[in-house]
Design a protein. Structure first.
Length: 225
């Protein structure tokens, strides 16, 4: 078991982390490597696009789902929501039962970036705000669907560990998982608060907007892309 990262190892000033180049890359998954989107599933289940958007906006809301990212039980959350919206019980059941269908599509340019880094021997890690079951998915079924996930040495999933980005605790956990110090790693994330949280913790961080810009940022940090 990896020991706790000493508090004294953390950069007091976020900018000090940028004085030495990183050697480890930590990737967010949804929105960076894989196009996680409930619409990939619900387009199959709701014919009317406007009705689909109403369902996602008012029933399986972002706020509801984020509670499972923070460690909530998807089965219990499903039962509670079905009790509130019995007319949508089957559609609500599908959200977590068929969650992997929301993860069918990867971003080819980012997959290529991961594969180049891996081929060059760069240690790679996944750090995802997601329900606990995504840990097993990323190590098993997800890897069979997206072979590039096999390039990652480990994965830290918020719902399993009980804390989410941008909480410093989850950045500490990924450092423990890989036995590296914060300043040795760069986080790639499409959520700006998560990027700012990583920098505050002492990591390098790149706000992912496009594969081209992220690749350029990693190259400027000295990584083999």
């Amino acid at each position: 078991m990896v020991g706790k990262v000493p508090e004294s190892s953390l950069a007091k000033d976020p900018e000090t982390a940028w004085k030495s180049p990183p050697s480890v890359v930590v990737f967010d998954m949804g929105g960076v490597l894989i196009d996680w989107n409930p619409r990939h599933l619900y387009r199959k289940l709701i014919d009317d696009p406007q009705a689909m958007e109403r369902f996602l906006d008012t029933v399986t809301t972002t706020a509801w789902h984020m509670r499972q990212d923070a460690g909530g039980d998807p089965a219990e959350a499903t039962r509670r929501l079905q009790a509130e919206h019995p007319e949508h019980a089957a559609l609500i059941e599908a959200f977590y039962d068929r969650f992997d269908e929301m993860l069918d599509h990867s971003f080819p340019a980012m997959v290529g970036l991961v594969e180049r880094l891996h081929a060059a021997g760069t240690p790679l890690y996944l750090l995802s705000n997601a329900p606990a079951f995504l840990d097993g998915w990323a190590r098993g079924r997800g890897r069979r669907r997206h072979p590039f996930l096999g390039c990652f040495r480990d994965v830290v999933v918020s719902g399993l560990v009980g804390c989410c980005k941008p909480d410093a605790a989850i950045y500490r956990l990924v450092c423990q998982a890989g036995a590296f110090q914060p300043h040795e790693a760069v986080l790639i994330d499409d959520n700006l608060p998560n990027v700012e949280g990583a920098r505050g913790f002492g990591m390098h961080a790149v706000h992912h907007v496009s594969a081209e810009r992220t690749t350029t940022a990693l190259r400027e940090l000295g990584l083999p892309v």
